[in-house]
Design a protein around this ligand. Structure first.
Ligand SMILES: Cc1cc2nc3c(=O)[nH]c(=O)nc-3n(C[C@H](O)[C@H](O)[C@H](O)COP(=O)(O)OP(=O)(O)OC[C@H]3O[C@@H](n4cnc5c(N)ncnc54)[C@H](O)[C@@H]3O)c2cc1C
Length: 372
């Protein structure tokens, strides 16, 4: 079953409550553009062509994540059409609170068709500073270690992601791309310790606007790729883990990149894991290993995926947490229910039975009506 949600495209701001009712068919770029006209933003992902419906209900980390939290934590209310055609509104802390628990973290996993989300909105800073910090191949290991060390104390106005690529064809295989919600002088001071300790090869600060930051993110078109994800505990990576990862990336014959969303955020970690279905809270980062397959023959693609999955399985077993981020869904992931939702699985199944007893919304990784 495919449901086209594009017509759920309203964006209505309530200036008094500092919230916006946003149709789930909007893409993040459309939302950022519209809210910016009124001097506001929502806290959500970096990629502008991601749809709100799947994104915000599974997590949603981006340029303001360390300051204003995940999109899912900013949901104050929702509306949904259930399997039997009932329209439920509102879904919030006092009405259908069980469903409100489930849709914040597992709302994209088969409870019903969410038509709108009411999200908190925040004022846009007049100046936002873009920060790019890059490292040479021989600096990558130290950069990781220093980043682990300083992440906990990084100013919350700073959010972003890191990118690790093969040293072949990349002068700077490790890059930090961040946005600082404020002027350059403050941005410089926010990363001073990181820079002093890790001595990057390339540093660039540039004052811009909020939309300047939003538009700086590469636009992705849908092309075949294999993606796996893991959460990294607050202690970060061991030196051995960093070496193993770098070694894999440098020697893997397929086009691969690793992205890290840098969490290390009080705003995310101070929310109890029992508050919603989203469990990945007290972590250093979410790591995403992506192998792009578009340039290869079918046979070569199969080999790339096999090798990717073999590495991924071993790496997660040895060096990361047991858990994976449900917004980077991976159809090959074993024990995915626990890896995505941890201790909440029985509760999520009970809620599913209540709102979709006949399991109408059902696919390989939707919440089942009984334990597998
Ligand atoms: C290029 C790219 C960049 C990304 N960048 C980020 C990022 O910066 N930060 C981050 O946290 N994540 C990021 N993601 C992950 C992204 O959040 C997830 O892929 C998310 O599920 C996308 O939602 P969608 O609605 O666009 O996708 P879809 O593929 O349409 O939907 C994903 C799932 O959500 C369900 N769903 C969608 N809409 C609804 C609805 N209205 N009601 C109920 N269920 C619904 C679908 O059934 C499906 O199971 C990125 C993904 C991509 C492909």
């Amino acid at each position: 079953m495919v449901i086209d949600v594009q017509e759920f495209n309203q964006i209505n701001i309530n200036f008094e409550t500092k919230t916006a009712v946003i149709g789930t068919g909007n893409r993040l770029g459309e939302i950022y553009d519209e809210l910016n006209k009124f001097g506001y933003l929502i806290s959500a992902g970096e990629c502008i062509n991601v749809g709100l419906g799947g994104h915000a209900t599974g997590g949603g980390f981006g340029w303001t994540g360390r300051k204003y939290g995940l999109a899912t934590d900013n949901i104050v209310s929702a509306e949904m059409v259930t399997a039997n055609g009932t329209f439920i509104s509102p879904i919030n802390l006092t009405h259908h609170s069980d469903l409100f628990f489930a849709i914040r973290g597992a709302g994209n996993a088969g409870y019903g068709i969410i038509t709108s989300l009411t999200l908190k909105i925040y004022p846009v800073q007049p100046i936002v500073t873009s920060i790019k910090i890059s490292y040479l191949p021989e600096q990558v290991e130290l950069a990781f270690i220093i980043l682990d060390k300083v992440a906990k104390n990084l100013n919350e106005n700073l959010s972003g992601y890191m990118e690790l690529r093969s040293k072949h064809n990349n002068t700077y295989p490790f890059q930090i791309n961040a946005a600082y919600l404020g002027i350059e002088e403050e941005a410089r001071s926010a990363v001073k310790e990181l820079i002093e300790l890790s001595n990057p090869a390339y540093i660039k600060f540039e004052e811009t606007t909020w939309l300047g930051i939003v538009d700086s993110y590469p636009i992705f078109t849908r092309s075949p790729s294999k993606i796996t994800s893991y959460t990294i505990p607050p202690s970060g990576f061991s030196q051995e883990a960093i070496r193993v990862l770098i070694n894999f990336i440098n020697n893997f014959e397929c086009d691969t990149v690793t992205l890290f969303d840098l969490y290390s955020s009080d705003v995310i970690s101070r929310i109890s894991i029992n508050d919603s279905a989203f469990i990945h809270r007290n972590i250093f980062a979410v790591m995403e290993l992506i192998t792009h397959l578009g340039a290869y023959s079918k046979d070569a693609q199969t080999k790339c995926v096999e090798r990717h999955l073999q590495f991924s399985k071993e790496f997660q077993a040895k060096y990361t947490s047991y858990f994976s981020y449900q917004d980077y869904i991976d159809r090959d992931l074993s024990d995915w229910l626990t890896r995505y939702y941890g201790p909440h699985v029985p509760r999520l199944i009970e809620i599913k039975k209540k709102y979709d007893p006949n399991n109408l919304f059902n696919w390989k990784q939707s919440i089942p009506t009984k334990l597998p």
